[in-house]
Structures are given as C-alpha cells and as structure tokens.
Write a protein that binds this ligand. Structure first.
Ligand SMILES: NC(=O)c1ccc[n+]([C@@H]2O[C@H](COP(=O)([O-])OP(=O)(O)OC[C@H]3O[C@@H](n4cnc5c(N)ncnc54)[C@H](OP(=O)(O)O)[C@@H]3O)[C@@H](O)[C@H]2O)c1
Length: 315
C-alpha cells in the first residue's frame, strides 16, 4: 500500500459507518487501499465449521469455502433450515463433502455437543463463529447470545485445530457502541466477540492457530433489515452483498500475512482499532481476561436457564 492510499484508507475509516457501506469497500479497492482479489486458494480436503450458515453472510461463506474444495459443516438453529442450507451449498458448488448440524449456540450444552459431533476426523483448518441475532425487544435472551456457544465450541474443538488453522469471530462495528448506552445487548455481544477472539489468540498462539475478530461492513441480510427497520429499503443500494462479505472472510481465513496479526479486529482486510474510547486499546487485554473469567464462572454455575443441549445431526 502506498502512503497516499494509506492516508485515504485512514480518512475513510474516520468517517465511521460510511466506510462500512458498499461505496466504502469499492473506494478502498479503487484507491489501492485494500486488496481486491477474491481468494482463489485450493482448499481441497481442508475442514471448516461455519456457524450461522443457513442464510446471509454464513451461507455465502460456506458456499465460497465449498467452491474452493473445502469440507464444510454448516450450522444453524433449526434442523430443516440447516439441511436446506447444506443442500444449497452442495448444489451450488458440486461439492458433496458438506455436512449439517443444528445447534442453538445460546445453549452452551448444545455447543459442547456440536463440538463432539464435528471434532472427530482430520484436523480442522478453521472455524467461522458467524451465528448472531438481534435480541428481540423485551424478550428474555441469554446474556451475550451466541458468543457464549462460540466460546464453548472453541474450547471443545481447540485440540482438533491443526497448526496454521484460523478462527474468525464475525463481530461488528457496533462493538464500538458497547461502552455507551446506545449499543444495547447486540453491541455488548459484538464487543464480547472481539474480546474473546483476543483472549483465545493469546491462548492458541503457541499452537500456530490464528484468531481474529472482524467487522464485515453493512451487509444486506436479515440482521441488517432488523437493525435498519424502515430505513432498510432506501439504504439497500448502499449495503454490501453477502458474497462480498464472504470474500473478505475467506481472505482472512486463508491469508498467511493476516495470520501474523492474531488477536486483531479487522475490517476491509486491515486491522482496525479494537477500541475507540480514550485509553481503551491499552486496556483491551485486561478487559478480555476479565470477560474470560466472568464467562467461566457463568458456565460453571450452569449457564442460562434454557439449557437443553439438544443437537440435530443432518447428513
Ligand atoms: N448484516 C450486517 O450488516 C452485519 C454487520 C456486522 C456484523 N454482522 C454479523 O454477521 C453475522 C451474520 O449475520 P447476517 O448479517 O448474515 O444475518 P442473518 O442473515 O440473520 O444470519 C444469521 C445466522 O445466524 C444464525 N443464528 C442466529 N442465532 C443463532 C443461534 N443462537 N445459534 C445458531 N445459529 C444462530 C441464523 O440461523 P437461523 O436460520 O436459525 O435464523 C442465521 O444462519 C452475525 O454475527 C452478525 O452480527 C452482520
């Protein structure tokens, strides 16, 4: 990257949500401030787990990995939707090494069983912790949503990760709002994902496993529709496509240079500030360890009330 494109990249970053739009992505590529090639690595025989892959960014990511030859397990909450996604990925790519497991990742016991089901076999090359939902207003949602299951799943699978494997947590730019009253439970979950990625990066560094959190930008999916409400329709031309988000995710999963920045928070193929509060970046590791300890206490105490452990294995 030249000095000019670096400056332009920073200027764009300072605009906040404008950089997260499709226009932001296009501009960065035109100005040479971000690599623009779709990853074209050969992933034949390499195993990946992609959570939240019944639709949106997760479905596009599972499809991209399968097209490159990856052996992919798709994960969703509902057995029918998850099996439908498995068929969609297999039909779109001609890759018949796609399996499906349904597990609700707000349920730690289900996440543990999911790990037991997908663990056996060849080492894993990557996990994409992509599952996420906007908590219903006034509804009872377990704290930190699917981030809790992602933490438990990482623990269950950590010994199956081969050297050179990558874990990606699909967080959000909304994580920057977690420190304010504006963010609500969604921002708190997205912040927790950044911190957990950081904590896992420290623990897995000696094993050659890279762990990242990323913001995919504003992407035209159900979550975007829920967050934007009546603004969704007029804003649609500004939103990135799930396929564009998947390209960047697959790049992060497979790029050897990215692996050198384990623990970072990425957007548009560059590490970004983990925290925008004064002094925040210096305290991020302490915050990550504090969250880790709290989560372990919560899990030892039995986790959420609704804890059925139910998992459904498809093909
Ligand atoms: N779209 C954006 O602009 C945007 C921006 C920043 C970050 N993100 C993040 O990107 C990720 C993917 O979201 P998306 O935009 O692609 O939305 P989406 O189309 O609504 O997809 C969400 C996926 O997560 C699954 N899921 C939700 N809760 C789950 C749970 N408890 N256990 C297992 N699976 C669960 C859903 O499965 P079901 O079939 O069961 O619903 C679905 O497959 C999320 O983590 C989101 O926070 C999105």
């Amino acid at each position: 990257m030249t000095r000019r494109s670096d400056l332009l990249d920073r200027a764009l970053e300072a605009t906040g949500p404008l950089a997260w739009t499709r226009a932001g992505r296009t501009l960065r590529r035109r100005l040479g401030a971000a690599a623009d090639q779709a990853p074209a690595v050969d992933l034949t025989g390499r195993r990946y787990v992609v959570t939240g892959s019944t639709r949106g960014i997760g479905l596009a990511t599972a499809t991209h990995l399968a097209r490159l030859g990856g052996v992919v397990t798709v994960v969703g909450r509902d057995p029918d939707r998850t099996e439908r996604a498995r068929r969609l990925v297999a039909d779109a790519t001609g890759n018949d090494e796609i399996t499906a497991v349904a597990a609700d990742l707000t349920d730690p016991a289900a996440a543990r069983r999911l790990g037991d089901l997908v663990g056996p076999g060849a080492p894993l090359s990557g996990i994409v912790h992509n599952a996420g939902a906007v908590p219903p207003r006034g509804g009872a949602t377990p704290p930190l949503g699917a981030a809790v299951g992602a933490h438990v799943l990482t623990d269950a699978l950590q010994h199956r990760l081969g050297s050179g494997a990558t874990i990606v947590w699909v967080s959000s730019g909304m994580q920057y709002l977690a420190a304010s009253q504006l963010g609500g439970p969604y921002a708190a979950t997205k912040r927790a994902e950044v911190l957990l990625a950081r904590a896992w990066a420290r623990r897995l560094a000696g094993r050659g496993v890279a762990v990242h959190a990323t913001h995919p930008g504003l992407v035209d999916t159900r979550i975007a529709a829920e967050l934007l409400g009546r603004l969704h329709e007029p804003f649609r031309p500004l939103l990135r496509s799930p396929g564009e988000a998947a390209e960047d995710l697959v790049w992060l999963l497979t790029d050897p240079d990215a692996a050198r920045h384990s623990g970072a928070f990425w957007h548009d193929r560059r590490p970004r500030a983990t925290d925008r509060t004064p002094g925040g970046p210096a305290r991020v590791d302490d915050a990550a360890e504090a969250l880790w300890d709290d989560l372990e206490i919560y899990l030892e105490a039995g986790g959420p009330q609704e804890n059925s452990g139910s998992v459904h294995q498809g093909k």
